[in-house]
Design a binder for this molecule. Structure first.
Ligand code: KG4
Ligand code: ZN
Length: 308
């Protein structure tokens, strides 16, 4: 990454195959695979970028939130490289990383930004008044949007990872034929556990759903999640208008969310949703956040050389 905006290389190793047989992420396997792959991935990233270790001025690594074992491996490798190469180290908040992904696809994007970060573990509405400053103004009380998609997919027998499969199946369905409730809490909070239960009960009533019924249920579930996410974004934008809106994180890859977010934001603001490969977890967004100060607030430990 050059000055936080220009990606020289962005190497991704997917663990989808590794976890698919278990129907979800197995933390221990994930951490072990990180340990095996990371050194090789660093070499690949340097080679593809056409740079050498001595060209590196800053190392950024995710400090959280995330799976403890994976974070430990990532920060351990980062500490080792920083010591070996004598470069400073910065610990990035993973969620702010998702917002910075938008700046890679829209180079003139600058704060203030109103953001919706929707991932496997978070559904957060955030305000970013300036680089490195973030305020969470709304979040989920229970499941995150991605988690809801993953669990719904499992209930429908669709396998892992659930989000992309639900997305594909929903395109064949009609959300009105099996409509599900749209969760709506007061204020800017989300909740998806009731919707999940509604799907569970519907499936129990149906018994063994046929192909069309499963597609309709996927479409109905997706519709409820997307409209719920956007209802609060709409509300937040009304409450405090902002010229730049970012919708990012793994769930921002969702086809319906991409289409409806553009309609909901309309001409009130410029909407940036990163391209699909920058929505799901990637290293480029962490590098960008590290450069601009998307530092993890609670875990920076100066004694380890963190917090450059
Ligand atoms: O940000 P991310 O890659 O990892 C985390 O930080 O959690 O997000 C992963 C989540 C998963 O729950 C996955 O099912 C969901 O994003 N996801 C999608 C789609 N692609 C990924 N959800 C809905 N539609 C998609 N197309
Ligand atoms: Zn993520």
């Amino acid at each position: 990454m050059e000055r936080g905006r220009k990606t020289l290389s962005n190497v991704i190793h997917s663990q989808v195959q590794l976890h698919a047989g278990y129907g979800g992420v197995v933390p221990e396997l994930a951490a072990r695979d990180h340990l095996e792959r990371l050194p090789h991935l660093v070499d690949m990233a340097l080679e593809r970028a056409g740079v050498e270790a001595r060209d590196i001025g800053l190392i950024a690594a995710t400090r959280g939130p995330g799976l403890a074992g994976c974070l430990l491996v990532g920060t351990g490798v980062a500490e080792g490289l920083a010591t070996a190469w004598s470069v400073p180290l910065t610990g990035v908040n993973h969620l702010w990383g998702h917002i910075y992904a938008a700046m890679l696809s829209t180079p003139d994007l600058e704060p203030p930004i109103l953001g919706l970060v929707v991932s496997g573990a978070h559904s957060d509405l955030v305000r970013m008044p300036s680089h490195g400053h973030f305020e969470v103004i709304g979040r989920t009380r229970d499941d995150a949007a991605g988690e809801a998609f993953d669990k719904a997919a499992r209930m429908l027998g669709l396998g892992y990872p659930g989000g992309p499969v639900m997305d594909r199946l929903a395109r064949q369905g009609d959300p009105r034929r099996q409509s599900l409730p749209r969760p709506s809490l007061p204020g800017l909070e989300y909740s998806f556990s009731g919707l999940k239960t509604a799907l569970l009960y519907r499936l129990r009533d149906i018994g063994e759903p046929g192909e069309q019924a499963r597609a309709d249920l996927a479409a109905a579930f997706e519709h409820s999640v997307v409209e719920s996410l956007l209802e609060k974004l709409d509300q937040a934008l009304d409450q405090a208008p902002c010229n730049e809106v970012v919708v990012a994180g793994g769930v921002a890859a969702n086809t319906l969310l991409r289409r409806r977010a553009a309609e909901v934001v309309g001409n009130r603001a410029r909407l940036t949703m990163p391209p699909l490969e920058l929505c799901t977890d990637n290293a480029a967004m962490i590098a960008a956040a590290g450069f601009f100060g998307g530092v993890h607030p609670t875990t920076v430990d100066p004694s380890l050389g963190w917090g450059a």
